[in-house]
Write a protein that binds this ligand. Structure first.
Ligand code: ADP
Ligand code: MG
Length: 327
């Protein structure tokens, strides 16, 4: 069973110390809780939810940058969250990340050639002419001209810089690429180009990706399967089309309604806006959406079931008693 998924998290949670609690304070809050997800080799797994819901924390836990407070993380049938630092270091090159602002972290004094070649040189996989040949291949892959190699980051546009970051992330032929809001800082017109590039590269190289975003549209566009997060929990998961075309959880519906609707067929769709603020914390034991949910009932005050499959839709799960009834 363990070898089936490339990445698996089992009931992973992460608690952080409460800011301003003082150095001696033990007060903590749960940034993510009970996260169980599985990612297959060669798929793009999307994670979507509002800012602060714990998407980056999940990514950092999978990357091994943070240790889970409870739960386990498995990679290719091997438990990795409790690995010794030396063993973890060997895994590092297999996991690469592209951030929203990774473009701004490009060393301004290095040429694009040196920036993209740096991981290969550091890990000793390619040097000299071999590294140059590989950089030229990578530039081609991400749609940048060969002339870019001798330029400096400030001479490139935001979209071009993000292409450089993607090339750098691919340079070591990683097993997993985590893209954490890679288009959120770009102009809308450029966003589509980068999303297309990600889709193309994923298919061509059979990459395994985690794509994080706060808009369901972009996440649906590049992902095969999606998890929707709210306040540190996964509230719905399924294939990209199941979640996007037939959302089951009231939070997913609200997330869809928050997005512009380009498609005439869907324009008449009923709006299901949430009330209140994200900061409204549900009473203990209640569904996390309880204070804001348009269809909450008294029974939602005691909701401990978590994600459950929806009838007749293989692989589509939601954490909502009303959604289970509806289907
Ligand atoms: N290192 C940290 N220390 C304390 N709190 C953190 C830390 N990292 C994230 N958080 C908090 O955890 C919650 C989830 O954050 P994050 O995973 O960055 O959300 P997202 O990526 O969905 O915007 C937020 O409330 C954030 O402030
Ligand atoms: Mg984030």
């Amino acid at each position: 069973m363990n070898g089936e998924w490339m990445i698996e998290t089992r009931s992973v949670s992460k608690r952080f110390r409460v800011a301003g609690g003082g150095a001696l304070s033990n007060k903590t809050f749960e940034a993510v809780g009970g996260i169980s997800l599985q990612i297959a080799r060669g798929e793009t797994f999307g994670i979507v939810g509002e800012s602060g819901c714990g998407k980056s924390t999940v990514a950092r836990l999978i990357m091994g940058i943070e240790k889970p407070t409870t739960g386990e993380i498995w990679f290719n049938g091997q438990r990795v969250d409790d690995m010794r630092p030396a063993a973890l270091r060997k895994l590092r090159p297999k996991f690469q990340m592209v951030f929203q602002d990774s473009a701004s972290s490009l060393n301004p004094r290095k040429t694009i050639m040196d920036i993209i070649a740096q991981p290969m040189r550091y890990h000793g996989v390619a040097r000299g002419g071999e590294a140059k040949r590989r950089v030229s291949e990578l530039l081609d892959m991400v749609g940048l001209s060969q002339g870019m190699a001798q330029r400096y980051p400030h001479e490139l546009s935001g979209g071009q810089r993000q292409r450089v970051c993607i090339a750098k992330a691919l340079s070591l032929e990683p097993e997993l690429v985590v893209l954490d809001e890679p288009v959120s800082a770009l102009d809308v017109s450029i966003q589509a180009q980068i999303l297309n590039l990600i889709r193309e590269l994923q298919a061509r190289l059979n990459l395994t990706c985690i794509f994080i975003g706060h808009g369901l549209g972009a996440v649906h566009y590049v992902s095969h399967r999606i998890a929707v997060m709210y306040l540190g929990r996964i509230v719905e998961t399924g294939t990209s089309d199941q979640v996007f075309e037939h959302p089951a959880h009231p939070y997913t519906k609200a997330l869809l309604d928050a997005a512009p609707i380009p498609d005439d067929r869907q324009r008449g769709r009923r709006r299901s806006a949430l009330t209140g603020e994200v900061s409204e914390v549900a009473p203990t034991g209640a569904c996390c959406l309880y204070p804001r949910c348009p269809i909450a009932r008294e029974e939602c005050l005691a909701f401990t079931d978590g994600l459950k499959p929806l009838a007749g839709e293989a692989g589509h799960c939601a954490a909502c008693a009303r959604a289970w009834e509806e289907r």
